[in-house]
Design a protein around this ligand. Structure first.
Ligand code: ADP
Ligand code: MG
Ligand code: MG
Length: 734
């Protein structure tokens, strides 16, 4: 959600005299933090996930589901407990605002710790979050964890209905009233547009079915019969930035001209199409700066794999897309580059995969791996070097600082405070990359952290927990076994493109390193764990086989399927140029976990997550995107024209709701892995309290029987349904 300073934001025009000043101060602030924390060491693993939720309004009688714009009110309710909390104590869930007024973001109240038992808390905490939201919803509202609302930007898709063509976005499709009212958000929207010199222009390929039109009108129906654009133009946002009042932007839109235009792609014209998508993120605290930087690089390579595995965006703006993920939609939604910069400036949007690896370890060979052009802000670069920041980190920061600060507040622009990090964060938090390196924060009592940002959010708490836990475990084996994932950045970029293709898990190959062990001739035989002891990993024979197949003259990376990367591959005798074996990340994780000798219950639960991830990678389970596609294709109202009607959308979201609550069983999506958990439409205060107490106690799991009994009472499920659910759970865990 980024930095939420308060104050009066400056318009893009009024910001101009201060841009350099903000960058200079931001660099000074970074240097201050860097000097104070570069030698900070021995932080232990702490970590947290972030899940973004979508609030929806259900009109049963009309079979219509729309986006509810009540998130700010809902958030106020959700944050009450946090605000009432005496200083020094904590809540179980932290609620934060997001870009759109249909979104809220939930994270664990305090970060998880390094204990394996904490991995078991994740799903429960996510369940608690869902229950907390349900407890403050109105009768006709539901909450889902979906990446994109299928009818985003189509007709009257919000409740309440609001006029389009607002002053912040000038969007033909999305009302400004959908933008979070905190001044940061409308100002970001407007200043991106002003910096760019025109509206953002997002084009994504439509999925061509038998009867799909070849061209789509640009002007939405609701405006097509209008001559002027009076509608919405009085929608002066309360937070119009300072210095902007003279601009009459409505004149920039010629509706008559637009009515004649059409496009072969799906056209989206504002920030909300991207920033209104929901994701799943994981932040990991490292031991020290070196480990955090190394993890940043490794996870950047891993990002496209997880983007493909979690792909969940095959529909947006009422059409089936020819791609499966949100990533390039958001890249386009906040792309503030001018036409000149598009030709001669940064090659990517400020939302995209990274351009530079940052570790100074010997495995990182800059000539080979940092192989794409990465512009630097020269002044920042020299200041950083002069102040003792090493070259690679200086380049990383100076590359972030090629972007301008988009929201400058009148109140703080002149502040000389080196102890604040506001100006640094201004640039850092608007470089939205697949990974983010976060320096320590005194305020948050946090050390060097790496944030993993590519994943799309999944329907159920089970899936989100599985992907979050898997990410943490991948980070653990990277550190424990000194794994080396380096491949050239240009290939990471290529993998990012592949990850977004339709059904990438089964159809695409991804460049990955043939040998991920630092020492080519040996697999690691011990590792030091956070508990201070040294453990011996127990690897299967397939892992042992891998090292034998490495030849020094071979290329260091190969295109592999996700199945091979996650589950491993053995030597392919038939193809001499592919005669190498790969251990598979899951085998490495299992070798690691085996060494820890977890209590049987923990091992079962985590093992279940790993089995689920393994099945996804094999293609035995559909990705969320493939499942949505299939649902649409099988819907009786689908006309094979790529169009998602209101009825299809209604039934799809209802089905997702039923999956989330355990009412609908989807083996193709979840196999036998998911522990359904019943309806949660009405949540009593007692139930929330009870759940909180249990979560507070730390890493002890609620007995699943308790949960089901309570959900049973709550949703008045039939006894049969309860028995069925319980037997499903015990068959999952037995
Ligand atoms: P963002 O930059 O996305 O707004 P925050 O800095 O608010 O994120 O951090 C959000 C995530 O970081 C949450 O998942 C939270 O649990 C986690 N987190 C908070 N403190 C730490 C810490 N010390 N170490 C690791 N993760 C942390
Ligand atoms: Mg967020
Ligand atoms: Mg985040």
């Amino acid at each position: 959600m980024g930095l939420l300073s308060t104050g009066h934001p400056l318009s893009w025009k009024a910001s101009q005299p201060y841009i350099r000043e903000v960058k200079r101060k931001g660099i000074r602030q970074f240097i201050h933090v860097y000097r104070a924390t570069r030698n900070r060491e021995d932080d232990c693993l702490r970590w947290g996930d972030e899940v973004e939720y979508t609030v929806l309004h259900v009109d049963k009688s009309r079979h219509k589901i729309s986006l509810s714009l009540r998130a700010p009110e809902i958030l106020e309710e959700l944050q009450k407990q946090e605000h009432l909390q005496p200083e020094g104590s904590s809540v179980e869930v932290l609620w934060r605002p997001e870009y759109a007024n249909w979104m809220v973001e939930g994270t664990p109240g305090v970060p998880y710790r390094c204990f394996a038992g904490d991995l078991e808390l994740v799903e429960q905490n996510m369940m608690l979050r869902r229950l907390e939201i349900f407890s403050v919803l109105e009768k006709n509202e539901i909450v889902l964890s979906i990446t994109a609302f299928p009818l985003l930007g189509v007709g009257n898709f919000t409740t309440p209905v609001q006029p389009v063509l607002g002053r912040a976005s000038l969007s033909l499709y999305v009302p400004d009233a959908a933008i979070n009212p905190h001044p940061r958000f409308p100002t970001l929207t407007r200043n991106i547009r002003h910096r760019r010199g025109k509206k953002v222009d997002i084009r994504r390929p439509v999925y061509y079915d038998e009867k799909t039109d070849k061209e789509f009108p640009v002007l939405p129906q609701c405006l097509a019969h209008q001559n002027g654009c009076n509608e919405g133009t009085n929608n002066h946002h309360s937070s119009t930035p300072i210095g902007d009042s003279e601009i009459e932007e409505e004149d920039m839109i010629d509706l008559e001209q637009l009515a004649k235009e059409s496009t072969p792609d799906i056209y989206m014209d504002c920030m909300a199409f991207g920033m209104g998508c929901c994701c799943l993120q994981v932040t990991l605290q490292a031991k020290d700066m070196d480990e955090s930087r190394y993890l940043y690089d490794q996870l950047a390579v891993f990002a496209p794999i997880m983007l493909a595995m979690t792909a969940a965006t095959p529909v947006i703006k009422g059409y089936l897309l020819d791609t499966d993920s949100r990533w390039d939609i958001i890249c386009g939604a906040v792309d503030d580059r001018t036409s000149e910069e598009m030709l001669n400036g940064p090659k990517k949007s400020r939302y995209d995969s990274i351009d530079l690896f940052v570790s100074s370890r010997k495995e990182m060979i800059p000539e080979r791996y940092n192989d794409v052009e990465a512009l630097l802000d020269e002044e920042s670069y020299h200041t950083l070097l002069e102040n003792g920041v090493d070259d690679r980190l200086a380049k990383h920061i100076a590359h972030l600082f090629i972007r301008d600060p988009l929201v400058i507040y009148e109140e703080t622009v002149h502040a000389q405070d080196e102890h604040s990090t506001e100006h640094f964060e201004n640039i850092q938090s608007t470089n939205w990359n697949t990974v983010r390196l976060k320096p320590p924060s005194l305020e948050l009592n946090a050390g060097w952290r790496t944030e993993f940002r590519p994943m799309e959010v999944q329907f159920t708490d089970f899936e989100n927990a599985a992907f979050a836990v898997f990410t943490v475990l991948v980070s653990r084996v990277i550190i424990a076994f000194d794994l080396n994932f380096y491949i050239p950045i240009s290939l990471v970029d290529r993998n990012m493109k592949a990850a977004q293709c339709r059904d990438a898990v089964q159809q695409q190959k991804f460049y990955f390193r043939r040998n991920v062990f630092a020492d080519n001739s040996h697999i690691p035989d011990r590792f030091k764990c956070a508990c201070g002891r040294t453990h011996k990993p127990r690897f299967s024979s397939s892992v042992q086989e891998c090292c034998l197949s490495v030849c020094s003259s071979c290329s260091d990376c190969e295109p592999m399927t996700i199945d091979q990367i996650i589950n491993g591959k053995s030597i392919d005798e038939l193809h001499s140029d592919h005669n190498f074996a790969f251990p598979g990340l899951i085998s490495l994780i299992r070798g690691y976990l085996d060494a820890l000798e977890l209590p049987p219950e923990s091992a079962l639960k985590i093992g279940n997550y790993l089995d689920f991830i393994s099945a996804k990678a094999k293609g035995e389970l559909l990705t969320t995107a493939s499942w949505i596609r299939k649902f649409v294709h099988n819907h009786e109202a689908y006309r094979h024209d790529s169009v998602i009607t209101e009825l299809i959308c209604y039934d799809l979201l209802k089905a997702i709701h039923d999956i989330t609550t355990g009412k609908r069983i989807e083996h193709e999506l979840l196999g036998n892995f998911y522990q359904g958990k019943g309806e949660c439409n009405e949540v009593s205060a007692e139930m929330l309290q009870e759940m909180r107490t249990k979560v507070e106690k730390g890493p002890t799991l609620l007995a699943s029987k308790d949960i089901f009994q309570r959900l049973h009472n709550l949703a008045s499920l039939s006894d049969d349904a309860l028995v069925e659910m319980e037997s499903r759970v015990s068959s999952n865990t037995n």
